[in-house]
Design a protein around this ligand. Sequence first.
Ligand code: 5RP
Length: 223
Amino acid sequence: MSDQQKKNAGEAAAAQIQNHTTIGLGSGSTVTYFLDALGRRILEERLDIRGVSSSEKTTRLAAERGIPLVTFSETASLDTAVDGADEISPSLALIKGGGASLLREKIVIEAARRVLIIADEAKAVSVLGSFPLPVEVVMFGWQQTKAKLEAEGLEPVLRQGENGPLVTDNDNYILDCRTGDVSDPAALHRRLKQLTGVVETGIFPDQADEAILGTPEGTSILQ
Ligand code: 5RP
């Protein structure tokens, strides 16, 4: 059910992409459906679309689907970024980073003129904070950074991969934090960014322009 909803959202986003544009490609399972549909359109309609990838995994998936990729050395800005989310508030504040790609995702999203979020409808919440907040931290002294996050009352847990701590595409670690209800996402993001050792937080307070939510029947829009 939820996979069908992700597919509905991903396909609806791919249908909106205009020819001759450069697109920020997010990461995650919903984005994979978007890449499937975008790759098909590029092939069938012979579209001139280029992507900037937000993770090593997306780079691989895009290449497999025939989506041409460029980097920020070849393009200064993006027309649209399409990405998933772990939680979406009514004002379109987001928690992201469930797939550990939050830093590159934020760089890509901030380069885009329009940010389109795609997700199954269960990701829409009345207030952020049930999903553990991913915080990317440098490896060196991560225990010290963890202690600082603990002092903020956040109960950080070092994310594990297959063979020990998960290492991000940027050679950092992720600390997943219990926040409780986040009444002011921008303020929490600013507070955590000030801590030495924190590279980026998974709070995207005001970057999204629109969310396409997959439903069992199709999609609904959050603006
Ligand atoms: C990865 C992300 C993903 O976009 C987010 O976790 C949603 O993933 P999915 O579409 O698999 O539910 O932020 O860092």
